[in-house]
Design a protein. Structure first.
Lengths: 348, 230
């Protein structure tokens, strides 16, 4: 098509330019083809353009015969240059693609290396605890005091909970990575959502002070309840892992210009400034943070919030502590006009 | 008299764990490793309760459940590794009484079993019910909290009565909307959110930490007449 249209343009310009200029124009056409198409169509284009040039432009016109020796040489050179052009361009493109593939492969190798390292540590540690404890309980029955036994059973319990948390994180991460991840939105009462998430963390939060500020007239928002519950859970869990007991945790929800704005702030020591921008990266863990994390919690937060087309950001607060802010633009509704009968008279 | 429970699960380890746990809590336990075997056992010796795993090798657990529900009316509790809400909602809509997601804690399992059995043994037409500090007079459509009357709208009352009559059972959003507002409103979940919030303000001691009407994330609500943590 390109060759034909170039030929057509050339045909109309034939009187203004010489037929040799047409050859250059056709060559430009072939070069453009070479940039975008595969080798076969480019070769076909080169061949076709040579024939078109010969047939329509080289005198005597409308024959395939070539009049002068000079034109014969030109035609040959045209054909050779067009071929070289096509082959070279193709080669460059292939090399570029190979480099890109190699890059991607290295990236995924790096990803899997981190994943495997993290997995082997975070999964094997609790499994070792469980196996060790059960071995002890099975073989060393006489030598263990009741207190030792109780402690070993406790170890098994704690290790299993830890194992389960890691598996949960990895499952959530692979859901996000799989690309077939879907969210199911429904109307959510933010008050209900926040307190439900808090309830799941009751044990961890006992030693913290909590302030929840959710206005009564906050509308309902369309969100995926399960995902948002995990988001709030992970953020709060993160706070409890990085701040000392008795820290004040403030949870606020508001509707600002049609956006749901949810913030979770603490008055702890905040994040190191040189690391704060990395915390949402997969597997990133703050230097010197305690064992027992995969560095997935906050990247899952980011993934789930982004699945709602929302944003999450982290900042250190001027005086002390840090604040996570989630913003999601989604449907909202103030339910005011529900048909309801008169109040029942009760109490008689 | 101890209750009989049938465990249908293909994992031998899980069956063993459940058998030991349940037997030590005075239940009579039988086991089935496949859906087919399970259905046969239910028909020959109907148990008081069935624990059914959804991921069976021979038949889909959902099909086993549907098959059972054609004639078996005792409680069925689903055990599943799939925590997908849709899967659970489907099982509940197909007549399961409750669900537990693996891994679950023994205390939770026993509480759910007790609750399901309690409900099953109860008269369907009791005129009144009392739970801790809350009492409902179904005959007169009145509700009392700490012995003083609670003023409810007709819709609030219908919702509470439906939940309370299914004490301990998870009711899906769709079911509640159908029953209280009618089939044409089964997708208008915003109504449900608002009325649940209103009800909690009237009957819960702390509406933010409800003990009676508990949210089941993404699935529905459960009335908890015997709060576990009290």
């Amino acid at each position: 098509m390109v060759v034909l249209s170039v030929a057509l343009i050339g045909f109309s310009l034939q009187n203004l330019t010489g037929y040799r200029v047409i050859a250059l124009m056709l060559m430009v056409g072939v070069s453009i083809l070479a940039m975008f198409l595969d080798i076969v169509p480019v070769l076909v284009g080169a061949f076709l353009s040579a024939i078109i040039w010969d047939f329509f432009f080289i005198p005597p016109r409308f024959t395939l015969s070539v009049g002068s020796a000079e034109d014969r040489l030109l035609l040959l050179m045209y054909f050779v240059i067009a071929l070289i052009n096509a082959v070279l361009t193709n080669k460059i493109r292939k090399m570029e693609q190979a480099v890109k593939e190699k890059d991607e492969k290295e990236k995924s190798v790096r990803f899997y290396n981190i994943l495997l390292n993290s997995l082997s540590h975070e999964l094997r540690t609790p499994i070792t605890t469980i196996l060790g404890s059960t071995d002890n309980l099975q073989s060393n029955h006489g030598g263990l005091s009741e207190k030792d036994k109780a402690e070993l059973v406790d170890e098994i319990s704690v290790a299993s909970i830890r194992l389960n948390q890691q598996v949960e994180n990895l499952l959530n991460m692979s859901r996000l990575e799989s690309g077939v991840f879907q969210i199911k939105k429904d109307w959510v009462d933010i008050n209900d959502l926040v307190y439900k998430s808090l309830q799941r963390l009751e044990g961890n939060l006992q030693q913290y002070r909590l302030a929840v500020d959710i206005p009564d007239q906050l509308p309902l928002f369309k969100l995926d309840y399960g995902l948002m519950e995990q988001v709030i859970y992970n953020l709060l869990l993160n706070v409890t892992q990085h701040t000392p007991e008795d820290t004040l945790i403030t949870i606020q929800a508001n509707c600002v210009r049609d956006h749901l704005v949810l913030t979770i702030a603490d008055n702890g020591k905040g994040f190191p400034e040189d690391e704060i921008h990395k915390v949402f990266e997969k597997f990133y863990r703050l230097k010197g943070s305690p064992t027992g994390g995969t560095g997935l919690g906050l990247s899952i937060v980011k993934g789930f919030v982004e699945a709602h087309h929302g944003t999450v950001r982290l900042e250190n607060l001027p005086v002390a502590g840090s604040k996570f802010t989630i913003e999601i633009h989604t449907e909202k509704t103030y339910v005011t006009k529900i048909k309801d009968d008169e109040s029942l008279h009760s109490g008689h | 008299m101890s209750h009989s429970i049938l465990v249908i699960d293909d994992e031998a380890q899980i069956r063993k764990l459940l058998t030991i746990t349940l037997q030590s809590n005075d239940y009579k336990v039988s086991e089935a490793a496949t859906g087919k075997e399970g259905v046969i056992m239910v028909s020959t010796h109907p148990p008081d309760l069935v624990l059914l795993d959804l991921g069976l090798p021979d038949e889909n657990g959902h099909d086993v459940l549907k098959n059972l529900r054609e004639w078996f009316t005792n409680p069925v509790i689903i055990i599943s590794v799939q925590s997908g809400e849709q899967d659970i909602v489907k099982a509940l809509d197909n007549g399961a009484n409750d669900y537990l997601v693996k891994p679950f804690r023994t205390g939770e399992l026993l509480a759910r079993i007790r609750s399901a059995l309690r409900k099953a043994g109860r008269e369907p037409n009791i005129p009144t019910a009392a739970f801790n500090d809350l009492s409902i007079d179904y005959a007169n459509r009145t509700v009392k909290k700490n012995n003083s009357a609670v003023k409810l709208t007709a819709t609030e009352y219908s919702l509470l009565a439906l939940l309370a009559r299914n004490d301990g059972k998870v009711l899906t959003h769709r079911y509640l909307l159908q029953q209280v507002w009618g089939a044409s409103h089964q997708n208008e979940s915003q109504y449900l959110r608002v009325f649940i919030a209103q009800l909690r303000k009237k009957i819960e001691s702390d509406p933010n930490r409800p003990t009676y009407i508990v949210t089941e994330s993404g699935i529905g609500y459960r009335f908890n007449g015997n709060p576990l943590h009290e």
